[in-house]
Design a protein. Sequence first.
Length: 98
Amino acid sequence: MSVAGVILMAVGVLVLLVASVGLFILKDALSRQHAATKAGSLGIVLVVAGTALVGGGWDWGWRAAVIVLLVWLTMPVASHVLARAAWRSSSLDIDVSG
C-alpha cells in the first residue's frame, strides 16, 4: 500500500503543478479559474488518497474522506464565485442596451 500511496501522491503533485502552470499560461480569468479549480481539486484528492494509503488504518481513511468531501463541496462554490466576479467585472465595460 505504501508504494501505491506514494504513486498517488506523486501524480497528485504533478496535477497540481500542471494546474499552477496553467494559471500563468492561460490568458483570461475564466480559463485560469477553471484550471485552478478542476485540476486543483483532482490533485488534492490524489494527494490525500495517497496520504491515507501511506498512513494506513481506518482513522486515516476517515480523515481523507472528510477532506475530500470538504474539497468537493467548497471548490465548485469558489469556482462559481470567481467566475461570476470575473464576468461581472468584464461586463461593466460592455454596452448591452442595444
